[in-house]
Design a binder for this molecule. Structure first.
Ligand code: HEC
Length: 86
């Protein structure tokens, strides 16, 4: 994915070195808890990114994507992330 891999890492490289560099660090989406996490939470995080608390105060660099993707597209990304977790 050309919009997310720059920070989160490509599927082939797992969690990239860049992910750990950020403060707060970008998460490891292969982590098992992403299978069970509430999909609505992931949707919301992709939608609003760093623009809400506590992420804003933490200095997160995660962009808000609601202006870039349709609702359907964001749900597709959520499904993709949850399918990657193991
Ligand atoms: C500029 C770097 C950057 C880009 C580009 C980026 N992210 Fe992030 N993302 C982060 C960082 C850093 C965090 C961790 C801090 C946070 O939770 O806000 C994060 C957090 C997240 C979370 C929250 C995870 C959790 O457990 O709370 C989701 C979901 C996510 N990103 C999805 C995406 C998706 C999908 C894309 C592409 C459409 C994307 N990100 C693009 C840097 C980025």
């Amino acid at each position: 994915m050309n919009k997310c891999a720059s920070c989160h890492g490509k599927p082939s490289e797992g969690r990239s070195d860049r992910a750990a560099f950020f403060k707060p660090a970008a998460p490891d989406f292969t982590d098992a808890h992403y299978q069970e996490i509430d999909p609505a939470y992931l949707y919301w995080r992709i939608e609003v990114g760093k623009t809400v608390e506590p992420y804003r105060s933490q200095g997160s660099v995660m962009p808000a994507w609601s202006a870039h993707f349709s609702e359907e597209k964001i749900w597709q990304i959520v499904a993709y992330l949850q399918a990657r977790a193991h």
